[in-house]
Design a protein around this ligand. Structure first.
Ligand code: AHR
Length: 477
């Protein structure tokens, strides 16, 4: 098969926000306990943080890591996780039918974030939690040194200086019946609005993410977004989107899901623009795609570990090559919408639906989906630029004209980054690049594993079947 990409390197569409390369850590499965935190592990530092995991996280160059949930946050009392560990209560975690020991809490997460070189994106509990409790958490984290009782409590717990967090999620998936204390759109919009006001009074620098729908298939999708935006417009900065895709024995349809993700983003953007017009406002509300990934292997196996244990090892995905190709495609979709998507969190990071897996007491290793994210995070920065793709298509059950290729082009100074996939199971694609002159400086591709190619002439690029590809080109001056 043949494909041509005509690149307009001087036509910038939008800067790419660094926060598109973010991720997520929830108190779920073994993400925290025996994931990032395992005091008895041979690689752990004096705080119990696994250095072998940190060594795999850092190269991803993540901007934010969202914490502590997810569904978990809707039943979480942040005060349970601070202070002397021996005094912390053990609780039922109703979200994941597990036991929460609270041996890892917000102060431990802040230490981990610093060591991982990431910024915290903190979700507050708007399920069982109140606006007051959420505001107190923000005061605990950000109030000036020695200014209040909560600031002094933070100092007692080892951190006199404010943490200076700058991004907060107002709850999680509050439209979902599975959510602890789920809400109607009106109920959520009111509590989100009042919580937002208090948080901004405490620290006006904090940017806030309001919950959009849990996914595009929710019966209230659209109405939910409009209600929340109308009520919260003046106090929020971002609206969230979530999606996970599954291969239900139809890989061709599964691989076309990056196009569904694109439709989803454009639909939410239209709603945001519609409410902006209604309000006569030129305020920009960005999209925070704060949960996205491929998720199905664990559930398809249908073997569920014993409930009410700590940790309860759920949703450990054994990712294959086509999962990595779709993750590459989904990243391409996020980047192509860089004008509206300002934050995106690969959900999640360690052991749960994750690119990194640990063995308790043993090694840490990466899975197939780690590689496209890692390669893109290194090469696909700067500005999104215009391009035209003339490439082959195929029929599948969900689309008559699914594209064999996802494609994104970005420019960082005189370097051009190209992210392209080939979704064909058996046919290579000969790629022709028009509109630029330069030389290839790097080419990484993969499916199950990552391959480093020798740079080749720009007219000799052949994309192998079932691969993601990240190519860097040095433009001629
Ligand atoms: O990431 C796993 C779960 O998926 C999150 O807790 C929830 O927000 C979503 O449904």
């Amino acid at each position: 098969m043949q494909a041509t990409i005509t690149i307009k390197p001087d036509c910038v569409i939008s800067p790419i926000a660094d926060a598109i390369y973010s991720s997520f850590l929830e108190h779920m499965g073994r993400a925290v306990y025996t994931g990032i935190y395992e005091p008895t592990h041979f690689s752990s530092d004096p705080d119990g943080l696994r250095e072998d995991v940190l060594a795999l996280v850092r190269p991803l160059a993540l901007e934010y890591v969202r914490y502590p949930g997810g569904n978990f946050v809707s039943g979480y009392q942040w005060r349970d996780g601070i202070g002397p560990k021996a005094k912390r209560p053990t609780r039922l975690d109703l979200a994941w039918e597990a036991i929460e020991s609270n041996q890892f809490g917000i102060d431990e997460f802040m230490k981990w974030a610093e060591k991982a070189h990431v910024k915290p994106m903190i979700a507050v509990n708007l399920g069982t939690g109140t606006p007051k409790e959420a505001a107190e958490l923000i005061e605990y984290l950000n109030a000036p040194e020695d200014s209040t009782t909560l600031a002094r409590l933070r100092a007692e717990n080892g951190h006199p200086a404010p943490y200076g967090i700058d991004l907060v999620c107002l709850g999680n998936e509050m439209d979902g019946p599975w959510q602890i204390c789920a809400k109607t759109a009106e109920e959520y919009a009111r509590i989100a609005h009042e919580t937002a006001k208090m948080i901004k009074w405490i620290d006006p620098h904090i940017k806030l993410v309001a919950c959009g729908s849990s996914n595009r298939g929710m019966a209230t999708f659209g109405t939910w977004e409009r209600t929340v935006l109308r009520e919260c417009w003046d106090v929020i900065d971002y609206l969230s989107l979530h999606t996970y895709y599954a291969d239900e024995n139809d890989t061709a349809s599964f691989l076309s899901r990056s196009q569904d993700m694109d439709d989803f983003i454009k639909e939410v953007k239209r709603i945001v623009d519609e409410v902006a017009r209604e309000k006569g406002s030129d305020k920009k509300i960005g999209l925070s795609f704060d949960e996205w990934n491929v998720w199905y292997h664990f559930r398809q196996k249908g073997v569920f570990p014993k409930k009410w244990t700590c940790p309860r090892s759920i949703d450990e995905e054994d990712y294959n090559g086509t999962d990595a190709v779709l993750v590459g495609g989904m990243l391409s979709t996020l980047l192509n919408n860089a004008d509206s998507v300002k934050i995106a969190c690969l959900a999640q990071l360690v052991n749960v639906i994750s690119p990194i897996t640990t063995i308790p007491g043993g090694d840490a290793f990466v899975r197939s989906i780690y590689h496209p994210f890692h390669a893109a995070s290194k090469a696909m920065r700067g500005n999104l630029v215009e391009f035209d793709l003339d490439g082959p298509t195929y029929w599948c059950a969900t689309r008559p004209d699914a594209a064999y290729m996802d494609c994104t082009v970005c420019r960082n100074g005189e370097e051009l980054g190209l992210l392209v996939t080939n979704k064909s199971p058996d046919e290579p694609i000969q790629l022709h690049l028009h509109g630029i002159s330069g030389r290839m400086s790097a080419w990484h591709s993969g499916s199950l594993e990552e391959k480093d190619h020798e740079p080749c002439n720009l007219d000799c690029i052949v994309l192998e079947p079932y691969t993601w590809n990240v190519i860097t080109i040095k433009l001629d001056q």
